[in-house]
Design a protein. Sequence first.
Length: 591
Amino acid sequence: MPLNRSEHYKKQIKQFSAELTNYSSYQGALRFVMATLPVLCGAKRAILLITKEMDKWLSFEKAVGFRPAAPAAFLSKTDPLFKLLNSDQELPFVQPDSVTARNLGESAFLRKLGIKWTPSVLLPLNIDGKLWGALLCDAQASFQAHLEDRTPLLLEVGRQTALVLRHTRVTHLLRRIALEKDLLLALSRKINSILDLDKLLETILDSLQQVVPYDKGSIFLLDPRGKTIARTVHRGPAPLFDDRCFAQKREGLCAWVLQNNKPVLVHDVSKDPRYFPMYLDTQSELDVPLIHHERILGVLNLESNQKAAFQKNQRKLVQAVAGQAAVAIDHAWLYAEAMEKKEMERELNIARQLQRVLLPRRWPKVDGYDFAALNIPSRAVGGDLYDCIQLSSQRIGITIGDVAGKGIPGALLMATLYSTYRSMVRLPVPVNEMIFELNNVLKDRISHQSYVTFFYGVLSTETDELFYCNAGHCHPILLHADGRWQPLEAGGTVLGFVHNAPYELGRIQLQPGDLIFLYTDGITEAMDPRGELFGEERLLENLREWRRLPVKGILRNAFRTIKSFTNEVRLQDDFTAMAVAVTPKQNKSIY
């Protein structure tokens, strides 16, 4: 015998209740409820509201039969719908054209969701007499003919649905919290073991994807001064305007985070005036600052193609990840700096060795002349060069130069200069013509950004004349016995800068008691703690005091004076100087 309509409906309710209790997964129970319960209410369209643990108010959870306009909507306690669900009015059915129906038309919550139909079923989901959720449906008119019989059944089903959904949701949340804790622990162990910065940033984004799904993820790191973006790592498609949002730190949500040191969660970026479109399809965005010891290192950026893709609990998780990430990033930076310093020290040692190899180990012994030089390398070895070479029995070449560059590049350029100059010094041409040829050779051999300052002179021990050419170098000082002085500045521009540059020949007559002091800019440009330069005038005053000392004593005094002036244990630039003293002749020159 076939069941009547009432008995058939009771059977459907009973079957629904039995199947619902079999679900242990929140998502599974949710899908089953939304696929079955609206049908039991005679509806094709429905929305489900639940009380979320983080919010403590009714929020939209799921819809069937239509797409809501604002998935992140929540139900205010002042909304007419909230008042209806908490009233003593007999629910779940709403009579058309009633006061209740008109009040629903004034619901801001329903308008925000974009609902253009008035719910005819308001099924409260109560737990222990308190509202936990609600199902809103548009029941067909034919269904409403059986209101009296079905109301108690639906209200009971509502209570059962609330219990199952809350239980499975709490279980789901507990599992998620446990997963998040495990993730944070695993992530902490993982990222703290990675010292390569790029790999670290990629690992952070990849690990975060496991618990906070996103469509585009980025980490933007500031430079040490916190002014500009120094490093960027992306996951997902490349942005339309690479780092445009950081122009002057004024545009975009990421820029706002950097300026305010606060996270930002935007459910709909189209409604936020701070948003700058790095992607065309972004709907929602979550940005969290990376802060370590109250210093902002950068920003962690997550973007989704769906509105309201990120929730408050996810923001808190990302903040926790960002805190650990900032520590790991700081460690990676320190490690990179240590490795860079170690590599720099290695380069400097090589440069120092190369520099020592090129500098002369012994000096010509010439009657009437004393020679000495001193080179004290600084932290950053430059390309300072000096040389003193016996060209013939009566000719001695003296050289001092400074190449642009530090470390290995500067030392290699110095080696190029040295080998080229040494191959040309015995050419039977005037000094300025040799410098002319040396300049053209260097212009072809060195990069366009490099150049050399260079002084070369040939001393005739027979006539006591010095023929020289100064190619843009600090002009050596010729100090006479009576205290008068003159700069040795005849010559031309620096070497390696322009082809066929003209160079002038300089000539001076030397007398016993004269002193030639050659030096690099590490002396005159040395600065005291106030930033004042040592300068040529101060150097000249000291040379007048020291001129009666042996040449080695003059150089030692010069170094001590510069060191005292700068108040530093180690100089910022190389100390390089050469002294040539003219003495009364006694014997024949020997080498």
